[in-house]
Write a protein that binds this ligand. Structure first.
Ligand SMILES: [Zn+2]
Length: 509
């Protein structure tokens, strides 16, 4: 009797355990896509091109040799997952039993969950999932959208606490109150994809004489190092995704405001800190405002500057060098020279300190999905959604022009902007410009007329007769005879919740 019971248990056990199906899959250029079904354990060898792998809930997958711009679709919600890394190998673990091991590379790979998608890429020596750095510790992916942001305040001991124009209360008002608060700006421009969660600390005293910091490189000298050490000692940097340091006035010898951001992996007070920070300082405390703060925070999401080249009476000594491109469309008057303005694009926070960042930059930040980008290589007619609305339609048209030596494309990027950008004319009257088609280029590397290198910017060519890169009226067109591209604004379509623009693009093939 006893024996039979034991036997029964064994039989039962062999029926309830689902046998794991271990597979080895080798993809080819002809068959670059594959689906791994629920319950399967698989090792998949990719190709050098773009592979598309679909992973069903509960699959256990190892991806090997995937150097290209792949898309990994995970049929599950991101909130069930954690992410960690060991070297460049990234592990995604789901509470639904899904497990994925894959390598991050210098090519952007899309990780697409049911609810959200992220770019996985190695940049500046760090592995990024969206705008977050992946660490050795398991990190819930849901927290990826919440940006714990520290606003920390400093003053020079020799000047006294009352010398600075800011306080925690004032910063809090700027960050949290009103229509153009930092919180509302970021939820609006990210289409609610991120949420800034603020913490305020300070005032902390810098107990070193000012002369110790004088006459040094404003973009990250010892004042910043010193403030980071104070921040680490008082607040622990690793608790935050973004750190905004309000530094006191220091005369660097030139006017205006200075600001800096960077990805830092450094030892501070004996601890390794890996993150991004921006700092605000400058003569006249020119940086202490919402516009500049959101600009610096934009950098911490990986965005470069939104620049502009215009015909100008300002003297420009040296030429502006753009990868593989000449200044083809600028036709300046004899007494004018093309002049480069690093933050001269007035239509986004990464340029003129107001408005939505450009489409190219939102893609960098992960706020525009791949499916919202229409890539055009042939003559086509496309309908795009109003850019600022939280809709799921096409947000930008990309017309690839040139691939540079690093395999990066320079493209035209088209947006349909419908929201007013508030500006003031010479008499102080408010100007609101709405309903425009805006066209820009992305430039991987540009050497400006001061000999400084600007990385990864977007460029507008102003509004000269030959280079009309802002179309203000239906029927207006932009023509680039050199690259054989013509962009015509055909019409506007109104729906219940939003507007779209129909754009006709002619490409010389
Ligand atoms: Zn900047």
């Amino acid at each position: 009797m006893k024996r039979i019971i034991v036997l029964c248990l064994i039989v039962l056990a062999s029926f309830t355990v689902t046998p794991a199906l271990a597979e080895t899959v080798v993809l080819t250029d002809a068959n670059p896509d594959f689906t791994i079904t629920t319950g399967t354990t698989a090792t998949v060898y990719g190709t050098s091109g773009a592979n598309h792998i679909t992973i069903e809930s509960g699959a256990n997958v190892k991806l090997i040799n995937f150097p290209g711009s792949n898309t990994i679709t995970i049929k599950s919600d991101s909130s069930k997952f954690t992410v960690s890394r060991s070297g460049a190998t990234v592990t995604f673990k789901g509470s639904d039993g899904t497990a994925i091991k894959m390598s991050a590379t210098g090519s952007a790979q899309m990780i697409v969950f049911n609810d959200i998608e992220f770019k996985l890429i190695i940049r500046d020596g760090n592995v990024f999932l969206g705008s977050d750095i992946v660490t050795k510790d398991n990190m819930p992916i849901s927290s990826n959208n919440i940006k714990k942001t520290l606003f920390i305040h400093f003053y020079f001991f020799e000047d006294g606490e009352d010398s600075v124009p800011y306080s925690i209360e004032k910063t809090k008002t700027m960050v949290e109150q009103g229509d153009y608060s930092i919180l509302s700006i970021f939820s609006e421009i990210s289409y609610d994809k991120i949420q800034i969660q603020p913490t305020y600390m300070g005032l902390f005293s810098i107990n070193k004489p000012k002369v110790d910091f004088q006459n040094e490189d404003p973009s990250g000298g010892t004042l910043v190092e010193y403030a980071l050490e104070l921040t680490e000692a008082n607040c622990q940097l690793e608790k935050f995704d973004i750190v905004i340091m309000m530094l006191p006035h220091l005369d660097y010898g030139y006017p205006g405001c200075q600001a800096y951001q960077g990805v830092v992996t450094k030892i501070i007070n004996g601890k390794e800190y890996s993150g991004q920070y921006a700092w605000l300082s400058g003569n006249d405390y020119g940086c202490y405002n919402k516009a500049l703060m959101s600009h610096e925070m934009g950098h911490t999401f990986g965005m470069g500057h939104a620049s502009r080249i215009m015909c100008s009476l300002l003297h420009s000594d040296s030429e502006i060098v753009i990868d593989n491109l000449t200044l083809m469309s600028l036709d300046c008057e004899p007494d004018e020279t093309p002049t480069y303005f690093v933050t001269g694009d007035g239509y986004g926070i990464m340029g003129g300190y107001r408005g939505h960042p450009t489409a190219y930059q939102k893609i960098e930040a992960g706020w525009i999905k791949d499916s919202q980008v229409e890539i055009i290589n042939n003559t086509s007619t496309i309908e795009i959604d109003s850019y600022e609305d939280k809709t799921n339609g096409i947000k930008t048209i990309q017309i690839p022009l040139i691939e540079n030596n690093n395999g990066e494309y320079i493209s035209y990027w088209i947006e349909y902007r419908t929201m007013p950008i508030v500006d003031y004319d010479d008499n102080g009257n408010i100007i609101r410009e709405t309903n425009q088609i805006q066209i820009r280029l992305n430039i991987p590397k540009l050497i400006d007329n001061f000999g400084q290198t600007q990385e990864n910017i977007t460029l507008s060519f102003g509004d000269t007769s030959q280079s009309k890169m802002i179309l203000r009226n239906i029927g207006d067109s932009f023509n680039d005879p050199y690259k054989g591209v013509k962009i015509i604004w055909e019409k506007v379509n109104s729906y219940n919740t939003h507007k779209t623009a129909t754009i006709h693009i002619e490409v010389n093939e």
